[in-house]
Design a protein around this ligand. Sequence first.
Ligand SMILES: [Zn+2]
Ligand SMILES: [Zn+2]
Ligand SMILES: [Zn+2]
Ligand SMILES: [Zn+2]
Length: 320
Amino acid sequence: MEMQSIECVPSLDGMDEDEMHRHHSQFPSIAVSKPLGNIMSPGIHPGTTSVHELLECPVCTNSMYPPIHQCHNGHTLCSTCKTRVHNRCPTCRQELGDIRCLALEKVAESLELPCKYMSLGCPEICPYYSKLKHESLCNFGTYNCPYAGSECSVVGDITFLVAHLRDDHKVDMHSGCTFNHRYVKANPRRVENATWMLTVFHCFGQYFCLHFEAFQLGMAPVYMAFLRFMGDEIEARNYSYSLEVGGNGRKLIWEGTPRSVRDSHRKVRDSHDGLIIQRNMALFFSGGDRKELKLRVTGRIWKEQQNPEGGACIPNLCSL
Ligand SMILES: [Zn+2]
Ligand SMILES: [Zn+2]
Ligand SMILES: [Zn+2]
Ligand SMILES: [Zn+2]
């Protein structure tokens, strides 16, 4: 889709005369054409400033929705920011007043923009004012809640789900790309299908879910640990992780690529894509009298850097 540039602003001419007058009578010293006159000032090349950029609040960079405000000099800002700036324009420090930028609101109305998940495959082109609503429901950007062991039907984008996991599931949140976790179970013999608390790691600006659980693999009871990436599968491939578990002078190491949370927890488990520990081995690692499971799982997440020549990846190890 072609981005509209400020060169053609059709709805400006079509601006309601009444609205112009209202502005004039309310604020006699302000010319209505000023804000856009200012936007189109010679300092900004019209061809390079898209309307979309103009609709970004210069203070918080979020997209602006009505009411869009402006100062006497035509600097725009969103209504959320307006309530926070104590009546001072953040751009020119002049008194802000209470002026709406109807022209920009109308320009926005005429805009159609691609969904922000276009790069993930969404073909949707949305009218500006319904774009947010579409994006909050868009299948390309939303995920099911990754919490396992409950029938949670919450759907949302990653930011929303991280808050949901923290607030509603009381999930442990950790920052950093290395971890060291202990899993303890008093009576491991009775474990059939047990799921431990999910842990979320935040590193490289992304979120990862560490799962640990017990289940029956054929006839054998096993424990399994694996990582899922909170995002798309294509993005997940940029990361690798390792898991290590051991004791009594033995250890098991798993190295892999995190799976996307698009792949259900169950699907990842059933494909055995993770560190699998036979119960006997797990009890051996736990030491003691084999009556208690005490596993220490350490792990690391790192980002793979694409070799410029293509092909093999050079692992970029995070600080050890
Ligand atoms: Zn703002
Ligand atoms: Zn200003
Ligand atoms: Zn979409
Ligand atoms: Zn949930």
